[in-house]
Design a protein around this ligand. Structure first.
Ligand code: ASP
Length: 333
């Protein structure tokens, strides 16, 4: 039987981390090591392994991901049927989204990792890798965009968030739920996500910085006037509720909008930022009137990444507004 050809690209993360001489665990294992620890993989796919980086998720950069996207393009052109990116779970919700935006691949791309290191009792890495390869070997998955697979659950890159610091069930898609599962070695697709965000072709030669500032109770945004001098090219304001900030922060946001694109998000993990309900000072209507762009359904960190990629293409304000407009699926009227 001809098994699908699946590429495993390891970037590091807990799944590759073993005890280090200096204490704690640190990345040591290669993609080949990971494959050797899961003999069942040989029944699912014919594998090619690349260890591209060996770092914790928190240190990955958008430039690193652009390299991964280029590698995937090249390997798909050479005939690989699907790819699994293995990495630290701390940034999976970010990296999967960036890979999804940078490249709409015609083949499945799955991102996975582990919550427990390979030396821990009940290590989840091997099961996650097996499930991820099973998903990557399923042609139907290419229509879903980049997906994240952990704990036998399949999540869309657009929605997934890490929701717990330790549980093996840490990944959730608040507001939408998982889009599929792996059971008895089979992929079950439960929901098909909308694919309304257009792919971005960004040069990404030099880092663009977008600030993410959370304005909670009593936080009046004193940092905001400093952003432009620090070299930020845009800002994401993470407000409360449906996109609200303290009235005392409004002036600083107004001034910021004259200097850079400002995206309005919410610290609430599910639901869209409102656009036309509340009219008080610091409400979504007030901030939008002053030029802030509502982020739709995106989380603040995904909104920051989208704005970063858009800014690195030199996008105009109109293009940025249109892109964030696409983050809210069309309503049926
Ligand atoms: N806790 C992380 C992980 O699951 C560490 C990292 O993101 O590299 O891999």
């Amino acid at each position: 039987m001809n098994l699908p050809r699946i590429l495993i690209v390891s970037l590091g993360g807990t799944i590759t981390m073993t005890s280090s001489a200096t204490g704690g665990i640190a990345p040591t294992l290669t993609a080949d090591n990971l494959i050797e620890s899961v003999p069942q993989l040989a029944h699912v796919a014919s594998l090619e392994a690349i260890t591209q980086f060996s770092m914790p998720g928190a240190s990955l950069s958008i430039q690193n991901l652009a390299e991964v996207a280029r590698l995937l393009h090249q390997k798909f052109a050479e005939g690989i049927d699907g790819a699994v990116v293995v990495q630290g779970t701390d940034t999976i919700e970010d990296t999967a989204f960036v890979l999804d935006l940078l490249a709409w691949h015609a083949r499945p791309v799955v991102v996975t990792g582990a919550m427990r290191g390979p030396q821990a009792a009940g290590a989840d890495g091997p099961a996650n890798l097996l499930a991820a390869v099973t998903v990557a070997a399923d042609r139907r998955v290419s229509e879903l965009g980049v997906v994240v697979v952990l704990n036998d659950e399949i999540h869309a890159a657009r929605w997934v968030q890490k929701s717990h610091t330790s549980l093996t069930s840490a990944f959730e898609s608040p507001g939408t739920g998982r889009i599929g599962i792996v059971a008895e070695g089979q992929v079950e697709i439960l929901i098909r996500p909308t694919r309304d965000l257009l792919p971005i072709t960004a040069a990404l030669n030099h880092p663009i910085r977008v600030a993410q500032v959370s304005l909670g109770l009593g936080e009046e945004g004193w940092l905001l006037p400093a952003l432009s001098g620090l070299g930020y090219a845009g800002a994401v304001i993470e407000g409360m509720g449906a996109g609200h900030v303290p009235a005392a922060a409004v002036d600083a946001i107004s001034k910021l909008v004259d200097q850079m694109p400002v995206i309005l998000c919410s610290r609430v993990r599910a639901g869209r930022v409102f656009t036309h309900t509340y009219g008080f000072d610091g409400s979504e209507m007030d901030l939008i009137k002053r030029g802030a762009i509502p982020c739709g359904h995106l989380s603040s960190s995904k909104a920051r990444l989208l704005l970063t990629l858009l800014q690195s293409t030199g996008a105009t304000e109109e293009v940025i507004r249109t892109a964030f407009g696409q983050t809210t699926p069309e309503q049926n009227s």
